[in-house]
Design a protein around this ligand. Structure first.
Ligand code: UDX
Ligand code: UDX
Length: 482
């Protein structure tokens, strides 16, 4: 088995939040490698090929510039999956692996049907020697499944020239919103595998811009498990600080001060200690549930319970916030207009997967609230999918109280600006920490609201004095004084 001396052609299956930006940066840094990013979803590929770079399917600061440099030069997006597989020396599998919603392991295990389908497609169409790289986050030992499928394809047959495969794990640690800088200067690149030549081939690609000491090598299983563990640890910090926020609120402490004080301990470190409405995003919950499933499967129920509680606390934080909003608005939000500032799961992304805004909005809709939602990047049709409720048009504000149709039906609509959303509202809920919400003109906003009016700042972005000086009431997460 002679591995390719160098990688000249890469195929990436899955043009999502991970595959698209990752391949764009590799193409940018390695102009000598031809990269084909393929996806079954035609409209997604069309969006990646959009001339107008503001219409790329993924919003990431800096992504447009990287795509502009590489696209059409050595970076191509298409739906021709089989053709791209057949010309590739290296294939990244970057398809989604959501939590199973039915059957064995439902609610916890990852649904690997697309990963398996990709492996079978690779087995059918690959030529010569192919390095297959797991990019998707996968349960530990998934590489075994991929290997088994590829090994079967490796058997000599009369009508096909001999092929060979190596499977590597190369989990992606990029965070959305900072994907390009995370890819351009990663804390580390992790490569798991058993075949030194294949590992060297992949390492040499990253080595074009990542220092050798940051390229870590482990066995396959450690690599797969490291990704789950990194996400579990990060999520655990958020649940930990959110649990302390709740204690601050009842004792008079301030969670920002506690975070600052504990973060100054170099053993703890100051990152990932921002209390908020709970973590969202495609990975944290899914990966922890995956870990929980693995623990149960391997007979470790105490370990499973330990990690399960990180998710339980996260959901509780969202319910807790929705309930305290209702309580402060005289125990009812039926027919009340509430402005939601920010729907994305974090700032600088248009992604709403597992966004805390979804659960909080659903609880308030259940209570009959009328939600005016403003987010700088999230589109109305995405919110419709997330809330499983069509948008209405904005009710006539001049109709006053009667507008509310106090029949208990929750409704929502999209607003085009913070001012529009705030007009006539009883409360503003800041659910995403967009920069635009950090310097709002509260003197301008307050008179537009129906008094007495509230600001619920779940992200600690407002200046409390500025808000309070306008006569607005303010609740901040983890603030025992509000
Ligand atoms: C996904 C997983 O959620 C994450 O765990 C993993 O680490 C990387 O892949 P992401 O890129 O954010 O992350 O997912 P998504 O934006 O849904 O993109 C996956 C893409 O794969 C979609 O565009 C989908 O159309 C495509 N796909 C899926 C295929 O092309 N073929 C398939 O068989 C299945
Ligand atoms: C995460 C991991 O950071 C990344 O390494 C992995 O590859 C994918 O999952 P991502 O989900 O994109 O990345 O964003 P991240 O910045 O980790 O934030 C996740 C959630 O935690 C967001 O909802 C964010 O608002 C929340 N968060 C983060 C907090 O509530 N407090 C913090 O201090 C940090």
């Amino acid at each position: 088995m002679t591995p390719p001396p160098e990688i000249r052609n890469i195929c990436c299956i899955g043009a999502g939040y991970v595959g698209g930006p990752t391949m764009a940066v590799i193409a940018d840094r390695c102009p000598q490698i031809q990269i084909n990013v393929v996806d079954l979803n035609e409209s997604r590929i069309a969006a990646w090929n959009e001339k107008d770079l503001s219409k790329l399917p993924v919003y990431e600061p800096g992504l447009d510039e990287v795509v502009a440099r590489a696209r059409g030069r050595n970076l191509y997006f298409s739906t021709e999956v089989n053709a791209a597989i057949s010309t590739a020396d290296m294939i990244f599998i970057s398809v989604n692996t959501p939590t199973k919603t039915k059957g064995l392991g439902s609610g916890q295990a990852s649904d690997l049907r697309w990963v398996e389908a990709c492996a079978r497609q690779v087995a059918l169409h690959a030529q010569g020697h192919t390095i297959v790289v797991e990019k998707s986050t996968l349960p530990v030992r998934t590489a075994e499944t991929i290997q088994a499928i590829l090994q079967a394809a490796q058997q000599p047959s009369t009508n096909k020239p001999q092929r060979s495969f190596v499977v590597l794990s190369n989990p992606e640690f990029l965070a959305e919103g900072t994907a390009i800088s995370d890819l351009e200067s990663p804390d580390r690149v992790l490569i798991g595998g058993e075949d030194d030549e294949a590992i060297n081939a992949l390492a040499s690609i990253y080595n074009q811009w990542v220092p050798t000491k940051k390229i870590l090598r482990t066995n396959l299983w450690s690599s797969e498990l490291s990704k789950l563990t990194a996400n579990a640890f990060l999520a655990q910090r958020i649940s930990s600080i959110n649990s302390i926020a709740a204690i601050c609120e009842v004792t008079g402490g301030d969670v920002r001060e506690v975070s600052m004080a504990i973060g100054a301990d170099s053993r703890i470190g100051k990152k990932f200690l921002n209390s908020g409405p709970g973590f969202g995003g495609s990975c944290f919950k899914k990966d922890i549930l995956n870990l929980v499933y693995l623990c149960k499967h391997f007979g470790l129920p105490e370990v499973a319970d330990y990690w399960q509680n990180v998710v339980t606390l996260n959901t509780w934080q969202q319910t807790r916030i929705a309930q305290l909003i209702v309580k402060r608005l005289f125990g009812t939000v039926t027919g009340k207009r509430l402005a939601i500032f920010g729907f994305a799961f974090k700032a600088d992304t248009n992604d709403t997967r597992e966004a805390p805004a979804i659960n909080i909005a659903l609880e308030l809709l259940e209570e009959g609230a009328q939600l005016a939602i403003y987010d700088p990047q999230v589109k109305s049709n995405q919110i419709e999918i997330d809330l499983q409720l069509p948008a209405t048009s904005c009710p006539d504000i001049k109709a006053g109280q009667t507008r509310a149709a106090l029949n208990g039906e929750g409704t929502w609509w999209i607003s085009n600006s913070v001012e529009e959303a705030a007009t006539g509202s009883d409360a503003i809920l800041i659910l995403t920490e967009w920069d635009a919400f950090k310097n709002l003109n509260w003197n301008n906003i307050a008179p537009k609201m129906r008094q007495p009016a509230w600001v619920f700042d779940t992200r600690s972005v407002v200046n409390p004095q500025e808000v309070r000086s306008t006569g607005l009431k303010l609740w901040r997460v983890g603030d025992g004084a509000s």
